[in-house]
Design a protein around this ligand. Structure first.
Ligand code: GLU
Length: 327
């Protein structure tokens, strides 16, 4: 018995030693990088995938292996990056601005000094969809309805609250607000569990394709009276959502007016320069390939990717922009 035990222990010890060596060797060669995105029917998730695909093509050269995580959205991503739980993330330009200034979701924590911008990507619009049978034609018609304004980690929740406030609606008292993740909302509209939902996303998105292709007819509701928002907040711009992307929507007009922001790629000052440099360089040097990976990037230029950034540009990204003559 004793002999057997000793033998087993020796074998186990040998295995641990062997494994230990293997793990160390792998770590010495590969830097694992995680990108936080959003719900899988949004555009952040495929955007993380597009960046990872481009960077992983050069795995042998850089020793970087990018993986993508589906998350609750912009606010979650920024906080997880600052906590060191994610290396990179996609975040709305308005959320980047607020974190840097220490306002909105960061009012208690103060300015987030370690947040760094890498580049910006596609445009996003703030939209409200509603079931046609709920008779919602403006934000004022939301009174008494069941409406998704978004989960706490999302970027779009504050956009919904701002749009409502600009239209004199108090989300806490005027209707029944749900705090659901975006991916859940289209199914709940189809099941008649909610009447309407806000979301801020690039187009086309799986979210709206799903929401507008069920048996319960769904339409985009114009978001008007936004002048006060445009005046007060530097990060909001007038925008329109094109209906050609969603032939199943009940709208007959070509475009629905609203406001919008930009999707941006962010990281922390604590992420090493060589990693940020490699990712920036690969996306910019493979720009044609990158922009073909999602229709939301149609018309995007390299110059566009350096606008809408409020956090300081990460020094690794800046090194590339200087070399490429972009800064
Ligand atoms: N803008 C959304 C948010 O931060 C996510 C959109 C997406 O996943 O494409 O909440």
């Amino acid at each position: 018995m004793k002999k057997v035990l000793i033998l087993t222990t020796a074998l186990l010890f040998g295995a641990v030693l062997f494994l230990g060596t293997t793990v160390t060797q792998v770590q010495a060669k590969t830097t694992f990088v995680t990108i936080g995105t959003g719900g899988i029917t949004g555009v952040y998730y495929p955007t993380g995938g597009a960046i990872a695909k481009i960077v992983n093509q050069k795995r042998k050269e850089y020793g970087i292996r990018c993986t993508v995580e589906s998350t609750g959205g912009s606010v979650f991503n920024i906080n997880a990056i600052l906590a060191g739980d994610l290396d990179f993330g996609v975040a709305q330009s308005d959320r980047q601005y607020q974190a840097v200034k220490g306002v909105a979701d960061w009012a208690d924590k103060g300015p987030q000094k370690d947040l760094r911008a890498v580049f910006s990507i596609h445009a996003e619009t703030v939209d409200l969809i509603a079931a046609v049978d709920a008779n919602i034609n403006s934000l004022a018609d939301l009174k008494g309805k069941r409406v998704n304004i978004g989960n706490l980690g999302s970027g779009y929740r504050q956009n919904a609250i701002d749009a409502l406030a600009a239209n004199g609606i108090n989300w806490e008292t005027d209707f029944h607000a749900e705090s659901l993740k975006a991916a859940e909302a289209p199914g709940l509209i189809q099941d008649s569990r909610i009447d309407a939902a806000f979301y801020t996303v690039g187009h086309p998105s799986g979210y709206y394709k799903e929401a507008t292709s069920g048996t319960r007819k769904v339409k985009f509701v114009p978001i008007l009276n936004i002048e006060s928002l445009l005046e007060k907040y530097p990060y909001y711009a007038k925008a329109a959502t094109l209906m050609k992307n969603y032939p199943g929507a009940a709208n007959t007009e070509a475009a629905v007016p609203t406001f919008g922001v930009k999707a941006t790629f962010v990281t922390s000052a604590n992420v090493p320069d060589d990693v940020v440099y490699a990712i920036t360089k690969e996306v910019f040097e493979n720009f044609e390939q990158f922009t073909k990976l999602h229709p939301a990037y149609a018309g995007l230029t390299k110059e566009d990717m350096l606008t809408g950034l409020s956090a300081p540009i990460h020094s690794g990204a800046m090194k590339y922009y200087k070399e490429a003559g972009l800064k």
